[in-house]
Design a protein around this ligand. Sequence first.
Ligand SMILES: Nc1ncnc2c1ncn2[C@@H]1O[C@H](COP(=O)(O)OP(=O)(O)OP(=O)(O)O)[C@@H](O)[C@H]1O
Ligand SMILES: [Mg+2]
Length: 304
Amino acid sequence: MPTMLASDLPLPRIGRGKVRDIYAVGDDRVLLVTTDRISAFDVVMAETIPMKGAVLTQISAFWFNELEGVVPHHMISADTDEIIGELPVLDSHRADIRGRTMLCRRANVFPIECVIRGYLSGSAWKEYAKQGTLAGEKLAPGLVESTKLEPAIFSPATKAETGHDENITIARMREAVGDEVAYTLESMTRAVYRLGEKLARDQGIIVADTKFEFGRDQDGRIILIDEVMTPDSSRFWAVDAYQPGQPQPSFDKQPLRDYLDAERRAGRWNGDAPSPPLPASVVDATSKRYLEAYRRVTGVDLAI
Ligand SMILES: Nc1ncnc2c1ncn2[C@@H]1O[C@H](COP(=O)(O)OP(=O)(O)OP(=O)(O)O)[C@@H](O)[C@H]1O
Ligand SMILES: [Mg+2]
């Protein structure tokens, strides 16, 4: 299967994110194309990771299917034949888009990243270690790094156009979207994470934290959009390697991070773009980790 750095499809392109290209399909649908781009330490690499786009799209599709009846969502189809049946203009691009493409209901996106944390890690651990709080709220004293948080903590952020997303209080979120929407987004976030965290843990993956996006469809319904509980939108840890009291290896990106750290320590990379060229062994190990993440979450090998 060919890898993809950027797509070029005969549809109106309405967006290009760090990882996805977004095309309009009429006025009420979008086609999300997930490329094989990868970033680490906030730098997008020059290399593509084989199968990464398909893994991300098909993990999201798996979750949307599991979430049927739990929350309304945007997925119409992630099956390439079905999508080409709807959009015959894509027939000559079949090899490029296979597995990585999702046809979705178009939404008006709320400008909020709905982050939920079931474990104390990353920026949340840094804030807690410094001042005993998470998103400004006091937590119990004496918690260790990577500890399980019960209940999970909802910590929204704004969707920054450039640079880092900024954590905001729930009060700020209410001002931005109104009390009722804020309440609905938090409840939906908790419902999706509750289901996903449990199902993934039974399969050997800890979804330590994750980020959801929501929007309103043409009928005014609030729906779950974007990608769902993938290694890119979440911290994935291996259940069998979990050791509270320390940072956890990243299930998917650790080979890449270790390589980049070594390049930095050796003085061959200053941490900014452009990234150093990746050896084939690192690209290959990373691709295998993504495929293994798919296998663990869904219980089967990726077949596309
Ligand atoms: N159903 C939908 N309707 C409209 N827009 C959507 C829908 N689903 C996802 N999107 C948007 O498509 C984009 C996905 O692209 P991608 O994930 O590459 O962006 P990104 O780099 O994550 O953007 P950001 O850096 O802001 O997170 C996001 O801006 C998301 O809000
Ligand atoms: Mg995104």
